[in-house]
Write a protein that binds this ligand. Structure first.
Ligand code: NDP
Length: 488
C-alpha cells in the first residue's frame, strides 16, 4: 500500500500558474489516511506570497482565456475529461487515501463524476450565446460574459467531484478559478489541476492553494476576486456569504441538509430500503444531500425496519482499498467524535438503536452503520445534520402530516418520495421544500440535472445549464436604428 501512496501523491502543496509550487513557510497540514489514522503526507498552507501569485496569475490568464472562442475553451475541458477517465484507477486510489471512502465507490463516483462535469461543460461551451431582442425598428442583444476570477472552496467528502463541479462551468464560461480544498483532504484537487494543464489549459487558469478556513477567508475577502463558490456547512456558509457580500461578489452556496425521504405504504419495499441505504450509508453517510429523516408510513414501518436491519448485514466493512469493501471509515477523528456524540444523544433522548453505531476496535475512524427506530421530530438526531452513518426512522400516518413534518426544518437541500402512486409522487414532491428531489430513487447526481438547495441549504445551483447562470453575467446592448430624439 505504501507504494501506491507514494506513486500517486502530488508533487507539492500548491499548483499555481501552471506548475507545482512549494512554500514550507506555510503552516504544515498532515494528510491522514482515515482507515488507519496514519500520516501519509504533508502539505503546507498557502502563505500570502502563494495566495498573491495565485490571484495575479489567475487574473492575467483570465483575460486571454475569455478572448478565446468558447469552442476552443470547451475542447480543453473535454480533453481533460478523457485523461481523467483514462487515469480513473490511480485517481480513485488517491481519493480513497484522501477520504477513506472505499475504492468500490471512488472508482465510480469521484473522478468519473468529475470527468462527466468536464465533458458536459466542455461540450456546452460553444453553445454559450446571448439573445436577440426585437424592439420594433430598434433592437437589443445580450452578450454572456465571464465574471472574472472565481474562488472555489471545497468540503472533504467529494474532493475531486467538488473541484470539477466548480472548475468546469467556471472555465467553460471564460473565468479563472482558484480552488482551496478542505484541509482534511488536500490531495485530489492537485491532480485535477495537473490534468487540466496536461489537456492544454493555459497557466494560471486553475490554481489550487492549500489551507484551512483562514486561507479561504483571505481569498473570499480579496477585492481582486469576483465570485466565491463554497461547498460546506451552514455556519461556514453564513460567514463566507457575509464576507462576499461586503465586496458585492457573486456567490454559490452548497451547504448542509437534513433531508426527508417519505416512504408510503404502497412503496416497493426493496427499492425503498435500497434508496434509504443510498441516502444514508454511501460514503459512510458523509453526503450533504442524504435523506437522514426517513418518514415511513405506519402500515409499512415495521417491515421497513426489519428489512433494513437485514440488509445492513450486507455491509462489508474493511480495508477501503479492497474492492469488496463497501463501507469505509469516517474521514477524521473529529468527525467520528461528532457522530458518536449524536449516537449517544439519540439513545439518551429515547430513540431505539436497532443495530450498529459501534466504534470498531481498530486504528482509524470506524463506526458501523446505525439504524434508529422510534425517532420523533424534536430529537437532535432528527433536527441536526450529523454527516455520518446514522439513519433515523420516523413514523407517519397521512400524506399531509408527512409533508408538514418533512418541511419542518430550516434546511432544504433534498427530498425523496417512494410510492407506486404516480399522482401522489408528483403531488408530494410539488409540496416539499427542497432544491433537489427524487422519486423512487435517492442521491443520483448526474451532471445534466441542476443540484442545490433552498432555505438554509444554499444559494444558486451547480451542474446543468443552470450553473452557467452562476458563472457568467449578461451585458445588454440597445441598438437604435433611427435618429435620437432629445427634448432639447
Ligand atoms: P466546513 O463548512 O467546515 O468547510 C468547508 C470549507 O470551507 C473548507 O474548505 C473550510 O476549510 C472552508 N472554510 C471554513 N471557514 C471558512 C471561512 N471563514 N472562510 C472561507 N472558507 C472557510 O465543511 P466540511 O468541510 O466540514 O464539510 C461538511 C459540510 O459540507 C456539511 O455541512 C455538508 O452538508 C456540507 N456539504 C454540502 C454539499 C452540497 O453540495 N450542498 C456537499 C458536500 C458537503 P477547512 O475545513 O480546511 O478549515
Amino acid at each position: 500500500m505504501d507504494d501506491l501512496i507514494y506513486d500517486t501523491q502530488p508533487q507539492a502543496s500548491h499548483f499555481v500558474d501552471g506548475a507545482y509550487l512549494e512554500d514550507t513557510d506555510g503552516i504544515p497540514i498532515d494528510v491522514i489516511y482515515p482507515a488507519t489514522g496514519e500520516v501519509i503526507g504533508r502539505v503546507h498552507a498557502a502563505t500570502d506570497e502563494v495566495i498573491d501569485k495565485a490571484i495575479e496569475s489567475g487574473r492575467r490568464a483570465q483575460a486571454e482565456w475569455a478572448a478565446m472562442s468558447p469552442r476552443e475553451r470547451g475542447r480543453v475541458l473535454t480533453r481533460a475529461a478523457q485523461i481523467m477517465r483514462e487515469r480513473n484507477r490511480p485517481l480513485s486510489i488517491l481519493e480513497t487515501q484522501d477520504t477513506g471512502k472505499p475504492l468500490q465507490e471512488t472508482l465510480v463516483a469521484d473522478a468519473t463524476s468529475g470527468a462527466d462535469a468536464l465533458e458536459y461543460f466542455g461540450g456546452i461551451a460553444a453553445g454559450l450565446t446571448g439573445e436577440h431582442i426585437p424592439l420594433g425598428a430598434d433592437w437589443a442583444y445580450t452578450i454572456r460574459e465571464p465574471l472574472g476570477l472565481c474562488v472555489g472552496i471545497g468540503a472533504w467528502n467529494y474532493p475531486t467531484q467538488i473541484a470539477c463541479w466548480k472548475a468546469a462551468p467556471a472555465l467553460a464560461c471564460g473565468n479563472a478559478m482558484i480552488f482551496k480544498p478542505s484541509e482534511t483532504t488536500p490531495l485530489s484537487a492537485l491532480k485535477v489541476a495537473e490534468i487540466l494543464h496536461e489537456a492544454g489549459l493555459p497557466s494560471g487558469l486553475f490554481n489550487v492553494v492549500q489551507g484551512a478556513g483562514e486561507v479561504g477567508g483571505r481569498l473570499t475577502t480579496d477585492p481582486r476576486v469576483d465570485k466565491v463558490s463554497l461547498t460546506g456547512s451552514v455556519p461556514t456558509g453564513r460567514k463566507v456569504y457575509a464576507a462576499a457580500a461586503d465586496g458585492l461578489k457573486h456567490v454559490t452556496m452548497e451547504l448542509g441538509g437534513k433531508s426527508p425521504i417519505l416512504i408510503f405504504d404502497d412503496a416497493d419495499l426493496e427499492d425503498a430500503v435500497g434508496g434509504a441505504i443510498m441516502g444514508n450509508f454511501y460514503s459512510s453517510g458523509q453526503i450533504c444531500s442524504n435523506g437522514t429523516r426517513v418518514f415511513v408510513q405506519k402500515g409499512l414501518k415495521d417491515r421497513f425496519v426489519a428489512r433494513m436491519e437485514e440488509r445492513l448485514k450486507g455491509a462489508v466493512i474493511g480495508d477501503p482499498l479492497n474492492e469488496a469493501t463497501n463501507f469505509g471509515p469516517l474521514v477524521s477523528a473529529r468527525q467520528m467524535e461528532i457522530v458518536e456524540g449524536y449516537l449517544k444523544a439519540g439513545v439518551a433522548e429515547g430513540a431505539r438503536l436497532v443495530t450498529g453505531g459501534e466504534r470498531l476496535d481498530r486504528d482509524g475512524f470506524w463506526i458501523t452503520p446505525a439504524l434508529f427506530d422510534g425517532v420523533t421530530d424534536e430529537m437532535s438526531i432528527a433536527r441536526e445534520e450529523i454527516f455520518g452513518p446514522v439513519l433515523s426512522v420516523l413514523e407517519f400516518e397521512t400524506e399531509e402530516e408527512g409533508i408538514a413534518r418533512a418541511n419542518a426544518t430550516e434546511y432544504g437541500l433534498s427530498a425523496g418520495v417512494f410510492t407506486r402512486d404516480i399522482s401522489r409522487a408528483h403531488r408530494v414532491i410539488g409540496k416539499l421544500e427542497a432544491g433537489t428531489c427524487f422519486i423512487n430513487s435517492y442521491n443520483d447526481a448526474p451532471v445534466e440535472m441542476p443540484f442545490g438547495g433552498v432555505k438554509m441549504s444554499g444559494v444558486g445551483r451547480e451542474n446543468a445549464k443552470a450553473a452557467l447562470e452562476h458563472y457568467s453575467q449578461l451585458k445588454s446592448v440597445y441598438v437604435r436604428m433611427g435618429r435620437v430624439e432629445a427634448p432639447f
